[in-house]
Design a protein around this ligand. Structure first.
Ligand code: UDP
Length: 257
């Protein structure tokens, strides 16, 4: 039984990296799971303003905590999420283990050409891994049915959806039921990292919980708002939650007295 932790009105699953790989692989290969997401501080800030995203997060099959922000915040609110997981580390681990079992993966997302490059790099690293198909993430809404049909025909075990926070979760939430027996996982900028479009933070930086600062340094124009204003808003959400808990506690105390 995977333990659940409620954090800022969203239900997370708490499990270690090893446990996540061990739990996920048989469920993906056995076609027994459909929606898997990761949520970081940026996701939580976005979900606060976007009900469709909160709904998608709360009805997925597995939601994993991504980044030092959510770990820190959940600890402060007294219900720690403990483990920091993300698609950039977990996906290669799943593929490495799944390759010998014939795992097939479909790549959906990123700019034209990037998914192909990422897929070929992964297949090169893990012989046995099957690439079921690739599709960039800039198709029109009117082309969704064609994209879904291509994926259904390819029938991968795992569909990686790398279209960024909000679009990927809502896309999966809307369409997973039209992709029977396929596990859909939202993986953000994974293909860009795999295709070496954006350099990943060195391990030491990641281990210190500062991958966000590295990403900000690498792509300041695109990410400055997310990691400056966004991080402040995230701290505000935590404080608001602490304050409302305190108010509830004080009200309870005064009715007892
Ligand atoms: N992307 C996409 N379709 C879109 C918008 C974005 O495929 O309509 C891709 C984009 O090219 C990039 C990824 O989604 O590869 C988002 O990366 P980011 O690092 O911003 O992910 P996040 O941190 O938001 O999960």
């Amino acid at each position: 039984m995977i333990s659940q932790v409620s954090f800022l009105n969203v239900r997370f699953n708490r499990l270690s990296f090893e446990a996540a790989v061990q739990d996920l692989l048989p469920r993906i290969m056995g076609r027994r799971i459909s929606r898997i997401y990761y949520a970081n501080a940026h996701t939580m800030v976005t979900a606060e303003k976007c009900t469709a995203l909160t709904t998608a997060l709360n009805r997925c099959d597995l939601l994993l905590a991504d980044g030092s922000g959510v770990l820190w915040g959940s600890r402060l609110l007294g219900n720690p999420l403990t483990y920091n997981l993300n698609g950039t580390d977990l996906t290669p681990a799943l593929c490495k283990l799944g390759a010998s079992e014939g795992l097939s993966v479909y790549f959906l997302g990123a700019k034209p050409g990037i998914a192909e490059f990422a897929a070929s790099k992964l297949a090169e690293s893990y012989p046995g891994l099957k690439i079921a198909g690739v599709q960039d993430g800039y198709f029109k809404d009117s082309e969704t049915d064609i994209v879904l049909e291509k994926i259904r025909k390819a029938r991968p075990h795992l569909l990686l959806v790398a279209m960024g926070v909000t679009r990927q979760e809502i896309w999966i939430d809307l369409h997973a039921n039209r992709l029977p027996d396929i596990a859909c996982m939202g993986v953000g900028g994974l293909f860009d990292f795999m295709a070496e479009q954006v350099p990943r933070a060195p391990l030491a930086v990641r281990q210190c919980g500062f991958e966000w600062a590295w990403r900000l340094l690498m792509e300041p124009r695109r990410l400055w708002r997310r990691y400056t204003i966004g991080n402040l808003v995230f701290c505000g959400l935590i404080l608001r939650h602490v304050f409302s808990e305190y108010k509830m506690f004080a009200a309870r105390e005064s009715t007892i007295r």
